[in-house]
Design a protein around this ligand. Structure first.
Ligand code: FES
Length: 513
């Protein structure tokens, strides 16, 4: 199967693309879900079971985006700790957050049993550990907060990794699985229930006409009673573009010498944190380790993030070989909770789910539960808590916005500050940069065969300047997370158009002389 980068994730290993029952876009559906990842397919399946005819439209193939690059931790322990949620949203809402994430993991387990999905699911305990006084203080607040919302979390004298620690705590009720096997199982069950999945079909926009909603796609037009954008960030310009920031995370699947694989989910307390777990795939066990997160397009050399992660793993584990390494993109919300519900600035029948931080699988399935209630019943006990239109200015909001603004100015400055095209022609094989040539800015990449690719570096979404991601050989937009292949094709929304290509044939001729 394909995914949105040049690296290969553990889940792609020997996995064929999903074959749908049909390629034909129907004329209409009760609900059209845009995006064929965990959020889109889980939502579509729940809606179909609730009696709503549902169609999933995926621009590439299902699992192509972040779902194919996750490390598939199923958590009720979240990136935003319960004591923080309690401080910002109140104790009742912290309890509700714990409740919906537990419901999401229970739903995954129920689906696996009911539809016989063979995806290596197991319930696991999660361990958090500290390595200094400050982290120990933080851990204490995390444990108190978790207990207050009903999570069984206790201090532990041990952690199932060889990493030294100062204090540690363990929580029950977490889980893990092979995410693509689960996704394909849900897709099959959805199609058997009468749902349709249309792959390789890009949604360009939705339009309202005579009180009806239509999606305009690369395969034609479909009338939709309701629309769910499960693409992280929806297309167009929306308030969510100012309330979510794209991040990249790095992961490795490692074979160890010996059998010292942790039988749990394990997390340290650095910012960004490292995370570990074990998964057996086709009879082979892998330690999956991740971390080194950074804001998308904020790092000059993304490959260096892999080197840092590898050296961290090797410091503590007896590594036989790095079997797979890959990176993936996720979105942080400004106040630490996801946005699930009505898409602001649109008619009442347009919905969105985004801002899941590092808890994407759990929140993706939680979104399916909440959106099904909102669409079928018109309301949900979670409606206000996850309302995408909520205004919750928490500490750090100003920095969040400022950082996003800084990104734009840094990249615009860099665009105009550097190099003539002669330098660009001297790009080493495999290198890329943004340059200005005869008054025109170019995003240039030279492939391993020496062929030069030139694109307009202006992101078609709202014109931020893209940055090179050398680990995935993609152009990433620092503003709202659109990503493009080195040939300019859209990999990730919100952009719906490719980057403009420049014809460099005259330069190639000059180079040959
Ligand atoms: Fe919004 Fe690029 S993703 S400007």
């Amino acid at each position: 199967m394909k995914r949105d980068g040049q690296t290969i994730s553990l889940w792609q290993h020997e996995t064929l693309p999903y074959k749908t029952n049909t390629e034909e876009l129907p004329n209409e559906a009760d609900v059209v879900i845009v995006g064929g990842g965990i959020t889109g397919l889980s939502t579509a399946f729940q809606l179909q079971l609730a009696g709503k005819t549902s169609v999933v439209i995926e621009a590439q193939e299902i699992g192509f985006g972040t779902t194919g690059g996750t490390t598939a931790h199923l958590n009720t322990l979240l990136d935003t700790s319960y004591y923080e949620i309690k401080n910002h949203f109140g104790e009742e809402n912290a309890k509700k957050t714990a409740q919906i994430t537990k419901q999401a993991i229970d739903l995954i387990e129920k689906n696996i049993s009911e539809y016989s999905i063979d995806c290596g699911f197991s319930r696991k305990q999660a361990y958090l550990f500290s390595q200094n006084k400050e982290q120990s203080n933080e851990l204490e607040k995390i444990v108190i907060g978790a207990k207050e919302v009903g999570i069984n979390m206790q201090y532990s004298m041990s952690v199932p990794t060889p990493i030294p620690f100062e204090s540690a705590a363990m929580a029950d009720g977490q889980g893990q699985m092979h995410i693509i096997k689960y996704l394909y199982g849900i897709a099959e069950a959805f199609e058997k229930a009468g749902g349709r999945i249309i792959q390789n079909c890009r949604v360009k926009e939705h339009v309202n006409s005579n009180k009806e909603t239509f999606l305009i796609t690369s395969k034609g037009r479909i009338k939709a009673g309701n629309v769910v954008y499960a693409t992280h960030i929806p297309p167009g310009i929306n308030i969510l573009h100012f309330r979510c920031a794209p991040y990249r995370s790095y992961a490795m699947a490692v074979r160890l010498k010996g059998e010292n694989y942790p039988d749990a989910l394990v997390y340290d307390l650095y910012t960004p944190y490292h995370y570990y777990r074990t998964q057996e795939v086709d009879g082979i066990r892998y330690l999956i380790a991740g971390g080194e997160d950074h804001k998308s397009a904020h790092t000059e050399n993304t490959h260096y993030s892999f080197l840092k992660l590898e050296s961290y793993i090797r410091r503590y584990f007896d590594v036989d070989r790095i079997a797979f390494q890959w990176s993936s993109q996720f979105f942080e919300s400004v106040d630490g909770l996801p946005y699930i519900g009505h898409l602001p600035g649109n008619t009442e029948n347009i919905f969105v789910a985004t801002g899941f931080s590092g808890t994407g699988i759990t929140y993706g399935v939680a979104s399916a539960i909440i959106l099904t209630e909102l669409i079928c019943n018109g309301t949900s006990q979670y409606k206000e808590l996850f309302n995408p239109n909520r205004v919750k200015l928490v500490a750090g909001f100003e920095n969040f916005v400022k950082e996003a603004t800084d990104v734009v100015s840094v990249f615009i400055g860099r665009r105009f500050g550097i190099k003539e095209i002669e330098d660009a022609i001297e790009l080493a094989k495999g290198e890329a940069k943004v340059v200005k040539y005869e008054g025109t800015s170019l995003a240039l990449y030279k492939d391993e065969a020496g062929k030069l690719f030139a694109l307009n570096p202006s992101c078609p979404h709202t014109k931020c300047v893209i940055g090179w991601n050398n680990a995935e050989k993609s152009w990433d937009c620092p503003c709202h997370g659109s990503r493009f292949s080195f040939t300019g094709e859209v990999l990730n929304a919100p952009a719906t158009k490719n980057l403009i290509k420049f014809d460099l044939s005259h330069l190639e001729k000059a180079q040959q002389k």
